[in-house]
Design a protein around this ligand. Structure first.
Ligand code: DNO
Length: 387
């Protein structure tokens, strides 16, 4: 696998020469300044590509070329947006940037309730707490009929939380779930937006009539239109699994388990229609055996995210060390070893040491990811030598 790193563009405080020093080979990035739904011009793509190459690196993967909400819920302007998406894909192919990650999760890109959960060793990890999430849904969002989606125990614990939670803790929860995790990945809500909860409610409303089958149809419709362009320009598209891989906020989910991936790969059975194998996302469901899934889908995997989680008996999960947790990265490295050019990035890392006050995007601090890259590089070297 090729060692890549998610870099947020020229404004990222982590520079390309920093990355060169720590053994990164390829860059994962996006034209973050272009709004969702707008065309990525060849000039803009080439400008960034040349900048990356001048530092002795290559632009290996686009993460993400975002899919507009209207394509996901089949809004009136979806065909127009799909045409723009095809132009961006063609421009990427012409520029020689040939791996493109995206996701098809309605409204919200990825979800955590706690962005700095203190760990026993003093570092901080990203965390998902079922009660705090239910609290957000029931007491902050006040989603209609939400109580039907939770067990009596969770409802009771959420009610208890309501008695103790402070206003600033509520704001922190809103910030974690729908603001800080979203803006930097070209999501729907950014820091500074007024009344994010109201924006979020309006977005959820767009999916009132969309169930899982309808979402699958909308994805298939999109793929049938874009895959021929991807094929023509030699681009590999790779969908990112849903994070977390279980139902949230009454929204349909699209890629959560092996059955979903099988459906997806068959829906448009073309090698350019592939998967981002995000080990961390998939590992957060106890129903997923991550190495078994990797074995099954390796040949249609175009991009790998290495990360792991620990899932607790109550369903809460925490991001684990890259050497531990239930994703089993060592096994994954053995499986993906067959593909020397397959881009792999370290996904998230612990927040630690002098990075704590540096305000990196959640999950994307420098030292924690550098440590994880060193651990993964060690595992890769051992697998190479011993198998
Ligand atoms: C968060 C990531 C997501 C993911 C995008 C892919 O750290 O898992 O932002 O990269 O959803 O489209």
């Amino acid at each position: 696998m090729e060692k890549t790193w998610r870099w947020f563009g020229k404004k990222d405080n982590i520079t390309l020469s920093d990355l060169k020093q720590i053994g990164v080979e390829g860059i994962v990035t996006a034209l973050h300044h272009i709004s969702n739904g707008e065309i990525w011009s060849l000039d803009e793509i080439l400008d960034l590509k040349n900048y990356i190459e001048a530092a002795g690196l290559r632009w290996s993967v686009v993460e993400s070329l975002p899919v507009s909400e209207s394509i996901k819920y089949a809004g009136a302007d979806r065909d127009e947006l799909i045409e723009k998406y095809k132009i961006s894909l063609a421009n990427l192919g012409k520029a020689g940037v040939r791996t493109v990650c995206y996701n098809f999760m309605p409204v919200i890109d990825w979800i955590r309730t706690d962005l700095q959960k203190k760990q026993e060793n003093g570092t901080y990890a990203l965390y998902f707490d079922r009660v705090r999430f239910a609290y957000f849904d029931l007491y902050i969002l006040k989603r209609k009929d939400a109580e039907k989606d939770y067990s009596p125990e969770i409802l009771e614990q959420a009610q208890a939380l309501d008695k103790t939670i402070t206003e600033s803790e509520k704001d922190e929860l809103i910030d974690a779930i729908i603001v800080k995790t979203q803006g930097f990945v070209n999501g729907n809500i950014k820091e500074g937006d007024q009344n994010p909860v109201a924006i979020f409610r309006r977005l959820l409303d767009l999916y009132k009539e969309v169930d899982k089958n309808q979402l699958r149809e909308n994805l298939k419709y999109f793929l049938e239109k874009v895959i021929p362009t991807a094929e023509k320009y030699g681009v590999n598209l790779c969908i990112h699994p849903d994070d977390p891989p279980f139902p949230v906020l009454g929204l349909p989910r699209i890629v959560t388990n092996a059955e979903d991936v099988e459906w997806f790969l068959k829906a448009v059975d073309n090698p350019h229609n592939g998967l981002t194998f995000c080990a961390g996302s998939l590992s957060a469901s106890l129903n997923n055996d991550v190495p078994v899934m990797a074995q099954k889908f390796a040949s249609r995997t175009h991009f790998v995210h290495l990360r792991s989680t620990n899932v607790f008996p109550n369903g809460n999960f925490v991001e684990a060390s890259h050497l531990g947790g239930r994703a089993n990265l060592l096994e994954l490295i053995k499986i993906f070893k067959k593909y020397p050019h397959l881009p792999m990035r370290i996904d998230h890392g612990p927040l630690m040491l002098s990075d704590i006050d540096k305000k990196y995007n959640p999950g994307y601090s420098f030292l924690g990811r550098m440590k994880a890259l060193a651990e993964v590089s060690g595992m890769m070297a051992a697998v190479e030598a011993l198998t």
